[in-house]
Design a protein around this ligand. Sequence first.
Ligand code: GLU
Length: 303
Amino acid sequence: MDYQAVLEEVAAQVRPQIGCGQVAQYIPALASVAPEQFGMAVVDVEGGVHGVGDWEVPFSVQSISKTFTLALVLARDGEKIWQRVGREPSGNPFNSLVQLEYEHGIPRNPFINAGALVITDRLQSLTGDASSTLLEFLRTESGNPDLGFNPAVAASETDNGDRNAALAHFMAAYDNLENLVPSVLEHYFWQCSVEMSCRDLALAGRFLARHGLRADGSRLLARSEAKQVNAVMLTCGTYDAAGDFAYRVGLPGKSGVGGGIIAVIPGRCTLCVWSPGLDERGNSVAGVAALDRFTTLTGLSVF
Ligand code: GLU
């Protein structure tokens, strides 16, 4: 497969959509990102790296970080985590409160904010420093030691974090947090503020295409656990548009409000696409279109 040629064709086909949608507004530090940007990377299981457009420009990973924290907790804790968080699509916005009350403080899945807070809480208990553990992992897997947090984004999220704080307090009231709410929130906001390029993210997510094997060949996840993470990405990874994403793209994917999306073709490659303009569900307009084009042009998908 000539991934480079495919990427160039995809970039040409989605050009009209670049700049469409709205850059995330509710985190003021993200609202100033220039919308007219687009990058896409593919890293294959043999280590081939391909990219097009702004694929080496760092952006705010936001909810894409939730994929990695889930993997890090599964690697240490296995199945136990599923007693505290479900794995069903929520059908609700990612920061919704209502479902939590009906379901007694157990979030629907690890990719809505409430579920991600539970995962961060567990990673904090297991490691003593959830956000640094994540950053170290991302640096190692991407081979980029310069990756870091963006303190302005983390501060902006803290200043506008009432909804996430409400979710965390609510779960604490149901005894579904092990650490104090302020510490869980702090690590969650730091994890969301990490800045990475499409290249970095595709490299860091390569273990998902390699059935759990890390860059150095050691095992992060059992093969079945890598399958589980990919399955939850497919069903829950793109907010309450996961059905539409599966229909259009046909791959496990996880998006973030920074405009990035990672997607996985198990056994073949990991992709990352970025364009900051979001649709009303919170997914990158040009990003989803590019993945749609990629799977259509190549015939590659999990179906
Ligand atoms: N840090 C963001 C929040 O908690 C993440 C949102 C996202 O990317 O889905 O609101």
